[in-house]
Design a protein around this ligand. Structure first.
Ligand code: DCM
Ligand code: DCM
Ligand code: DCM
Ligand code: ZN
Ligand code: ZN
Length: 264
């Protein structure tokens, strides 16, 4: 996602924190963030150049056309290093944050950075094309037009659908979009939210579930009907916007559920 997508997910999440995890997040955020997790939700993108090992942690590549994800097969970087992918990073930073209340182990890690990475990565794993095909780098090599502008399919899903939605329906104000998603979470989606929150095991977080949903949505919605130089306009925007809104909602709900399990 771009800045707005991450901001939306972190804002939705922070409003759903238990007292204990709201307190931990407040302690871990730097003072200048003024207890607003959303303001630092894109920090992980700004440090890609400084932390040379980090760009590979923002996505998962899966084999072309299969439309499935398997941790053991797919969670590696371009050099084949195991666990170096978005799902591995979510597990890693969850485990780091679990040391928060243990004085003996927490000093090993920078838990502020762990919180910022985890919050960003649980967002990214809900962007369908961040669990896309290796061959097209998650839609980065697929040139398209968004209405009249030249871009790539990946950017349409990171930024363009959200931007067009804000301009058309929300007076270009991201807060209005957040309000609408929050109303749907407590309204039309209320019955599903418990299932989104649950990991189907004793796990603290479930990146494998999120990634499997992601590649499925990538195939059924993001890649579907798109070829090189496709012109994407109202038909694509109107049919894909509900998927983007759903993934933003799920990202926020699951980030909160994960932090609530971490901090008790
Ligand atoms: N890292 C990660 N997920 C992994 C492995 C590593 O997020 N599965 C990140 C955190 C580490 C950084 O990569 O601090 C560098 O790791 P290393 O020092 O092992 O190269
Ligand atoms: N940050 C941190 N510890 C670091 C690096 C960054 O807590 N070692 C947090 C506070 C930083 C913020 O991320 O100021 C944004 O970093 P920057 O503006 O340098 O990208
Ligand atoms: N990306 C991805 N899958 C890849 C490569 C990149 O999802 N195989 C993501 C990471 C960034 C965006 O696409 O969000 C642009 O990547 P880059 O900065 O490497 O051009
Ligand atoms: Zn992206
Ligand atoms: Zn990212």
């Amino acid at each position: 996602w771009g800045i707005d997508g991450h901001f939306i997910i972190c804002r939705i999440a922070q409003a759903r924190l238990s007292n204990a995890s709201a307190d931990a997040v407040k302690q871990l955020l730097p003072d200048y963030a003024e207890n607003d997790l959303g303001s630092l939700c894109s920090w992980a993108d700004r440090v890609k150049f400084r932390y040379h090992w980090s760009p590979a942690l923002h996505f998962i590549d899966t084999p072309e056309k299969l439309c499935t994800y398997q941790y053991s097969r797919d969670c590696k970087d371009a050099n084949g290093e195991k666990d170096r992918c978005l799902a591995g990073a979510i597990n890693n930073y969850t485990n780091q944050l679990l040391t928060y209340s243990s004085e003996s182990t927490k000093a090993k890690y920078n838990l502020t950075e762990a919180l910022l990475f985890l919050s960003h990565f649980i967002g990214d794993i809900h962007q369908p094309l961040h669990v896309g095909f290796t061959e097209d780098k998650g839609g980065n090599t697929i040139d398209v037009h968004w209405y009249t502008r030249k871009t790539v399919l990946h950017h349409v899903w990171d930024v363009s659908i959200i931007d067009t939605s804000e301009e058309r329906y929300y007076n270009s104000n991201v807060e209005n979009l957040i309000d609408t998603i929050q109303q749907n979470i407590t309204g039309v989606w209320a019955d599903q939210v418990k299932k989104w929150e649950n990991c189907n095991s004793t796990e603290t977080t479930c990146p494998n579930i999120y990634a499997s949903e992601g590649i499925k949505a990538a195939c059924e919605w993001a890649y579907k009907g798109v070829t090189e130089d496709s012109v994407l306009k109202d038909a694509y925007f109107i049919s894909r916007l509900p998927i983007v809104n759903l993934r933003l909602a799920q990202g926020g709900v699951r980030l909160a559920a994960t932090l609530n399990r971490i901090f008790g």
